[in-house]
Design a protein around this ligand. Structure first.
Ligand code: NAD
Length: 499
């Protein structure tokens, strides 16, 4: 069986802790690789190595650093098929969806080619007599990223591309469920011209995460994953004096107004609810039709389409809508939540629990499930299911639908489908959620805007990618410089003012 490695100091390094995790192919249920789980000492050694490499990297001019990103983008395009295959094999998502995962990371690398412009800083000429004032954006030093299983290409790139373009060195601790693609990305960064030690991949579990959070050599930590771990990482990292941003779970609502184009809304819900088997933090998991008649029309359109969803292994190429769940535990957890919904009294209109994939009996497949008459006190409404399960909660009015989304503890994304500009505008203005779609079900902002939720979907300041990432991975230093001419005035004992 293949034994994966860490990637430290520009080379693959075998794990020395003696601890490993199995890496499965979710379509077959077979263990195909094992990944080393780093010890505290291994993390420490990687950080020390990164700190050394960072000094030279930060000293390179920003244009040269940007050229590495330029070359990296070309290499990602060259290896797109290879990366997508490796990604689908460990995650289970379809090949077109895996390419989207790489592409959405690649676009952040493209944005980072503009780093010299974003790092220019500010300058005031003549802030006082003979005085100029300027602010510089300097790298924080060594930064770390802890990433989830569901986007093993995109989210690592969201983290390390801006951090490295700013002149930092980086420690990536990817998910232990699908670690191959992050290792391939590190190889490509080296091929693109990144000096050894600037990007390191340390595989591991809680022990490696705790070592990162406690390490005095790490100045900033970016995390993406479930909310309880996001909160834990934020609390422990900030207590250690680090700059920390953590992005957590979600329960994204889509309001369907009576005037919405119902075919368009049903299409949107099928893609956004069931794509990637619902394992997306921006998946729509709650549909809120406004009015009984709207709800009946929506269910009539959705039910046959959920029944007709094509489920299968990624090797079937474009012929499948979604693949298996990531692990056996994820499958039994999601099925358990569907059982719970039935117990709680929601109406299971389409039941995908007994789906079997012929020839892939060991895989973690389940069919799409559709619940109607879900109410806000139910566990299936409150919990992030993270599976191919859509809940319909019927609202009597627009205000009731809006209040549902606003009262939920998560605040990642929300959408409204309507032909009424007034309702759409009101929704965008009032909703307490970070990313909003108007007739767009998955409103993931593009690389040059920023990505981040509100409420329990994010902890800390600043969002991911876009200009915020350049603020997060740099520190501001402001210099006040005086080049006096003429007579020196002597000491001044009151706080300087420029008025
Ligand atoms: P997870 O929280 O289980 O794992 C995320 C990372 O934390 C992994 O690297 C893992 O090794 C590490 N980790 C796990 N348990 C830990 C512990 N006890 N202590 C320290 N570290 C630990 O999340 P996941 O299952 O990999 O990913 C799915 C979750 O991520 C969902 O909740 C999803 O909504 C969320 N997500 C959020 C966003 C966003 O931007 N808001 C994006 C993608 C995924």
């Amino acid at each position: 069986m293949q034994e994966l490695t860490h990637f430290i100091g520009g080379a693959h390094v075998r794990g020395t802790s003696g601890r490993f995790a199995d890496v499965f192919n979710p379509a077959t249920g077979e263990v195909e690789k094992r990944v080393p789980l780093a010890s505290r000492e291994e993390v420490r050694a990687a950080v020390a190595n990164a700190a050394e490499a960072q000094v030279g990297w930060a000293a390179q001019n920003p244009q040269k650093r940007a050229r590495v990103m330029m070359a990296f983008v070309q290499l990602l395009n060259r290896d797109m098929d290879k990366l997508a295959e490796a990604l689908s094999r460990e995650h289970g998502k379809t090949i077109p969806d895996a390419k989207g995962d790489v592409q959405r990371g690649l676009e952040v690398a493209e944005f980072c080619i503009g780093a010299p412009h974003l790092l220019k800083g500010e300058f005031t000429e003549g802030a006082g007599p003979g005085i100029d004032m300027y602010s510089m954006r300097q790298p924080v030093g060594v930064a770390a990223g802890i990433t989830p299983f569901n986007f093993p290409a995109m989210i690592p790139m969201w983290k390390f591309c801006p951090a490295i373009a700013c002149g930092n060195a980086f420690i990536l601790k990817p998910s232990e469920r699908d670690p191959s693609v992050p290792l391939m990305l590190a190889e490509l960064m080296m091929e693109a011209g990144l000096p050894a030690g600037v990007l390191n991949v340390v595989n591991g579990d809680k022990e490696a995460v705790d070592a990162i959070l406690d390490d005095e050599g790490i100045a900033a930590v970016g995390f993406v994953g479930s909310t309880p771990i996001a909160h834990y990482v934020y609390s422990r990292g900030t207590a250690a004096g680090k700059r920390v941003q953590c992005f957590g779970g979600a329960k994204n609502h889509m309001i369907i107004m009576p005037d919405a184009d119902m075919d368009q809304a049903a299409d949107a819900l099928i893609g956004a609810g069931y794509g990637a088997a619902g394992e997306r933090c921006m998946a729509v998991s709650v549909a809120v039709p406004v009015g009984e008649e709207t709800a009946d029309r929506l269910i009539a359109k959705l039910a046959p389409r959920v029944e007709a969803l094509k489920i299968g292994p990624y090797t079937a190429g474009n012929d499948v809508d979604f693949g298996p769940l990531v692990t056996a535990e994820a499958l039994s957890r999601v099925k358990g939540l569907v059982d719970r919904g039935v117990e709680e009294g929601a109406k299971l209109v389409v039941d995908g629990r007994n789906f079997r994939m012929q020839g892939y009996e060991g895989g973690y497949f389940m069919g799409g499930c559709l619940f109607d008459h879900v109410t806000k006190d139910m566990d299936i409404y409150r919990t992030e299911i993270f599976g191919p399960v859509l809940s319909v909660v019927r609202a009597k009015s627009y205000d009731e639908g809006l209040a549902l989304a606003m009262d939920h503890e998560y605040g990642n994304g929300a959408a409204i489908f309507t032909r009424d500009g007034d309702a759409a505008r009101d929704f965008a203005a009032r909703i307490n959620i970070g990313m909003v779609g108007i007739n767009v079900p998955i409103p993931v902002p593009l690389a040059y805007h920023t990505f981040g939720g509100w409420k329990k979907s994010a902890f800390g300041d600043l969002n991911q990618h876009g200009p915020d990432a350049f603020r997060f991975y740099t520190r501001t230093k402001t210099v006040t410089a005086r080049w006096p001419s003429g007579v020196k005035e002597g000491a001044d004992f009151s706080i300087p003012t420029m008025g």
